[in-house]
Ligand binder design. Structure first.
Ligand code: FAD
Length: 433
């Protein structure tokens, strides 16, 4: 008999709660990862996130090979079908995994759990990618929080560092992995993919970066002014407990607050899954978006004629990353200056961002459009010129990404700021009154 550990958004061998429990079961553990055909089907063949996942699995495979002559089984298919064939090949006692909260994932997991139950296989899933999940942080009356500050206050009031930041020492139990070095392997090309030119950078959450975070985080020109943890938290190549420990030991409240924003949006998606499609504030779905396709193209390509907006979009298109300050500006520009539906922008970011996470992306886009939880009032419209004076005064960031700024070919501003501002106010007002 064996146990299976199923990796998903937790691609690391250490301090992984579900894996820790699997290794303590009474049976040898077969670690698996399934490249889900349904997800892969919609991605470009050189998707950088697929390459990142692949490389990370490869490195985990090597670690297991060296440590205990074990391996990691890779599959490509529909998860339910893969489990069916695993049950034919092995006598499986239990499947262990960590919770995945997105709507697609919860539906998938329910089906698999039912299937396993019908076959007398246990299914154990654990909280691992967050400190607090789902209904952990609720108002006294049991309702979810929809405003960040009281959520954070409650989060901190129930937080117990001893319990919530416990390290799960999996290494001690590595010998419980199944002894087998020839488990099914795959290459990217087996799945019709190729290695991406875009690489996920290592994160830079050093003591220095965290200590200086307040002073540096708003300036996109500063290298390592933020942590670049995004994709690592998204795919679990680092443990949130480890990062929270660092935030606390460097005593940086602002950095810690950002990690709590992540959990805030995750619980919003959990309680309000329809916010991926509908405005959180229903009235905002009455806005008459202009949705001009040609203007959307200009925005996507960084050809709006507004230098900071264009710099951001070009950074995104080239690297799969965009600085948070600039994300806020380009999102506001799309929704408010161009009156293009936030859902279009959200979908474009989902395609491009290495750190794409449904809850954070939808939450932040709805925030930018004014329709979301805890959103800024709609009449606060970023001015794309004064944002430069505030956050890129020396134009270092702009000059890095908009190298044609001084050339005749650089486009004129696609809309007049004053006109666009007034048009936005009028359109929003009509919809909301
Ligand atoms: P740091 O500033 O070093 O922050 C550390 C970590 O805190 C981040 O990695 C992230 O996990 C979390 N965090 C920080 N800010 C936020 C926030 N506003 N909301 C949620 N979590 C946050 N973040 C994503 O992780 N995925 C997305 O798909 C995403 N889409 C966004 C779309 C828009 C329109 C905007 C305005 C923001 C979006 N963000 C998203 C939030 C934020 O921009 C990124 O988390 C951040 O820029 C990533 O860089 P970093 O890791 O260096 O962040």
């Amino acid at each position: 008999k064996i146990s299976i550990f199923w990796f998903r958004r937790d691609l690391r061998l250490e301090d992984n709660i579900g894996l820790y429990h699997a290794l303590q079961s009474d049976y040898p553990v077969l670690p698996i990862f399934i490249f889900d055909k349904d997800i892969l089907e919609n991605l470009p063949k050189d998707d950088a996130r697929v390459s990142f996942i692949f490389n990370q699995l490869e490195s985990m495979r090597n670690t297991l090979q060296e440590a205990v002559e074990s391996s990691l089984a890779l599959y490509h298919g529909i998860p339910q079908e893969i489990f069916k064939s695993l049950l034919e090949d092995y006598e499986v006692q239990a499947v262990y995994t960590n919770h995945d909260y997105e709507p697609y994932a919860t539906e998938r997991d329910t089906k698999i759990q039912d299937y396993l139950k019908d076959n007398n296989v246990e299914f154990h899933s654990y909280k691992d990618q967050v400190i607090f999940e789902k209904g952990d942080v609720l108002k006294d009356d049991g309702d979810p929080y929809v405003v960040y500050t009281p959520y954070k206050t409650k989060w901190k009031s129930i937080f117990d560092s001893k319990k919530d930041l416990k390290t799960y020492n999996t290494k001690k139990y590595f010998k419980n992995f199944i002894a087998h070095s020839r488990l099914p392997n795959l290459s990217l090309s087996d799945m019709g993919f190729e290695t991406s030119k875009i690489k996920v950078p290592n994160y830079t959450a050093s003591a220095k970066v965290i200590q200086n975070y307040e002073d540096t985080r708003n300036y996109p020109a500063i290298e390592n002014g933020t942590s670049h943890l995004g994709p690592h938290l998204r795919f679990g190549t680092v443990s949130i407990r480890e990062i929270t420990k660092r935030a606390i030991s460097e005593k940086n409240e602002v950095f810690w607050s950002e990690l709590i924003w992540r959990e805030f949006f995750m619980q919003i998606l959990w309680h309000f899954p329809n916010t991926t499609k509908n405005a959180f504030r229903a009235k905002y779905d009455r806005i008459e978006w202009r949705n001009n396709e040609a203007e959307f193209e200009k925005w996507k390509n960084g050809e709006t004629g507004y230098a900071l907006v264009d710099a951001g979009m070009r950074e995104l298109n080239t690297t799969g990353y965009m600085h948070n300050r600039v994300r806020m500006l380009v999102a506001s520009f799309l929704c408010k200056h161009l009156l293009i539906d936030w859902r279009w922008g959200e979908a474009y970011f989902a395609e491009k961002l290495l750190d794409f996470d449904l809850s954070a992306n939808v939450g932040n886009w709805q925030w930018a459009a004014g329709s979301g939880v805890d959103a800024a009032p709609y009449f606060r419209i970023f001015n794309p010129m004064t944002q430069i004076d505030k956050f890129d005064k020396q134009k270092e960031y702009i000059n890095k990404w908009v190298t044609d700024l001084q050339e005749l070919t650089y486009p004129d501003k696609m809309v007049d700021h004053k006109m666009a501002r007034e048009r936005c106010l009028k359109t929003y007002k009509e919809a909301l009154s």
